[in-house]
Write a protein that binds this ligand. Sequence first.
Ligand code: PLP
Length: 365
Amino acid sequence: MTHPSAVTETPVPALTIRLGVVEENTRAIVDRFDGAIVGVTKGVCGDPRVAGAMRRGGASALADSRLANLQRLDGIDRDHFLIRTPMRSEVDAVVRDTDLSMQSEQSILRTVGAAADRQDTHHRVILAVDSGDRREGVLPDDLPALLATATDFDSITVEGIATHVGSLNGVVPTTESLRRFVEAVERAEDAVGRRLPVLSAGSSNTLSLCFDGTLPERVTQLRIGEGILQGTDPVTGEVLPGLESDAAVLSAEVIECKRKPSAPDGSTGPTPFGETTTAADDGVRSRAILALGRVDVDVEGLTPVRDGIEIVGASSDHTVVDVTAAETPVHPGDRLAFRLSYSALVSSAASRYVNTAYDEREGDS
Ligand SMILES: *Cc1c(COP(=O)(O)O)cnc(C)c1O
């Protein structure tokens, strides 16, 4: 007989992912784009259940920046797309374990061609062009040469060209910058004398253009992570129309709760994280400590779900919250839940100390 009190709770800290929200956010985006949506799983370390929800929502492929994450998706019948250009040292495994990969280096492309020859297989590639964010990709003028190299190998199929902005310098894609991307692709296509089926744009920062209907027509694919997992536009931080936020929440347990002076007592120097704190003196406050710290999550990216709770600060393994204004008192043993920024989501998903739990309920919309 199971007694209610014997029901085992997920060990905390726990990242609880609402798979229904992931599926519905994917579907909402798929429905608004006349092309293919690639679900990007790196925000949850290639979690196969999340990838499955993206697949059910209509993602045509699953992409991740890390090979190890894509290897977790083995058995999910969608293209597995490595979107970080590979290390030379992993090329053999990339050709073996992925369907397609992003490429930007001639020498690595040759290694890919040779690996595919050796494995007696074909590997599909998408070539990366830098549209101004100055992270990966050849400059537009160098695209024809890269395309020509890739085309030289019978074992390599060039499926298309991709561009990505925003991640290094926060460059925001515009209709105009995407038009220039399309023009660069078309110049390279003219040079090799064929049209490519896939023009892959942006990440979630391109969704507002997609929703406004101002994407150039030749863009046939969007690679989307944050929009699906968070429902947000990374440019504005706002929840996108028709999408739901909070597909994931993080919960942690209170290990101490006491009234303490808010001001430190003693002369202060930098913390172990190299920061000098300037705590305001708000008198005596009710403070709770959570068994959660910077080793588990980017604490800066957490927002308490319950009203009246405020994060004071965190060290490696402790997070201190002010609970003076909490509507109901907080006690040791209680669990507190937090919404996550994208960076908090990624860091907690990657922490070996945070357990992942799944909530199968449908989303609200
Ligand atoms: C991370 C990444 C994406 C997805 O970005 P989101 O902002 O999470 O949608 C797409 N393409 C590339 C190349 C990426 O590195």
